[in-house]
Ligand binder design. Structure first.
Ligand SMILES: Nc1ncnc2c1ncn2[C@@H]1O[C@H](COP(=O)(O)OP(=O)(O)OP(=O)(O)O)[C@@H](O)[C@H]1O
Length: 256
């Protein structure tokens, strides 16, 4: 469980005159759930998009299993915040989940059984024939997660995946993550604004500074497993971690 799957090394990103990311480095080990947090505009999404091969960095390297990322890697899936734009409205839930599998050359029957299994894993066994507009926001995001998992990626990258749903649905979706990690043996790197969510879900948290982003600290989250929305969040250790992360995220550079 301790080998490195993703390595971000000296990552620099400049948008025109703006130096957004100023040398970010961290590792994600196989099987981990790691969150990236930081102030608004710190470059969290930028780091994730470079790891996904969707954006070319100005400098530094990202490797997955030792291979430099240059374009979207075959065994990486991405889940975005905006589920309404990530699902195809004219396809059923199952059709959305199986589309990438068919594109990858899997047979119809094989794609269908992997798709049904993934929909069941996210708690949507009964809605495989429904279209996205017939599903709630939380259910649509579950379909997007099922689509990513059915692909059986080594690495799942998630950018604010629960930011557009209500608080109760958010907790339900959070509680899918660690069991899905176990069931699919997938490593997860997640960007979130929500410090409680980062502490609750993660094995480690990468805290970025404001721009130009660097890694302020990588924090081990050694809260016992399995986690629970009530018991875990009542633990003094949860409060201490939350406090530590919040202090770092709210750090402001001292003015000269
Ligand atoms: N395509 C782009 N062109 C120009 N500037 C960009 C572009 N994408 C991002 N930026 C800028 O780079 C900085 C980092 O953006 P990024 O979205 O990575 O940060 P973030 O930490 O994910 O932000 P937030 O917490 O607000 O979602 C911001 O100042 C943003 O305005």
């Amino acid at each position: 469980m301790s080998d490195t799957l993703l390595r971000v090394d000296g990552l620099v990103m400049r948008y025109g005159d703006h130096l957004a990311v100023g040398g970010v480095a961290f590792d994600v080990r196989t099987g981990e759930v790691v969150s990236i947090v930081g102030p608004s505009g710190a470059g969290k999404t930028t780091v994730l998009r470079v790891a996904a091969g969707l954006l070319e960095a100005t400098g530094g390297t990202v490797t997955i299993d030792g291979e430099p990322v240059a374009g979207p890697p075959a065994d990486v899936a991405v889940v975005f915040q905006d589920y309404s734009r990530s699902l195809l409205p004219w396809l059923t839930a199952l059709g959305n989940v199986t589309l990438p599998l068919r594109a990858k050359g899997r047979s119809r029957g094989d794609a269908r059984s992997a798709g049904l299994e993934a929909l069941a894993a996210v708690g949507l066994a009964g809605v495989s024939r429904k279209r996205p507009r017939q599903l709630s926001g939380g259910m649509q995001q579950r379909v997007a997660i099922a689509r990513a998992l059915a692909y059986q990626p080594k690495l799942l990258l998630m950018d604010e995946p629960f930011a557009s749903v209500d608080a109760q649905t958010r907790m339900d979706l959070e509680d899918l993550i660690r069991p899905l990690r176990d069931e699919y043996g997938v490593t997860i790197l997640l960007v979130t604004h929500d410090i409680d969510e980062a502490v609750y879900l993660s094995d480690r948290i990468v805290v970025l500074s404001s721009a130009p982003a660097t890694v302020l600290r990588v924090i081990d989250v050694d809260l016992p497993l399995p986690r629970s929305q009530t018991a875990t969040k009542e633990q003094p250790a949860f409060g201490r971690l939350r406090h530590e992360v919040l202090d770092l995220v709210r750090l402001r550079p001292t003015s000269a």
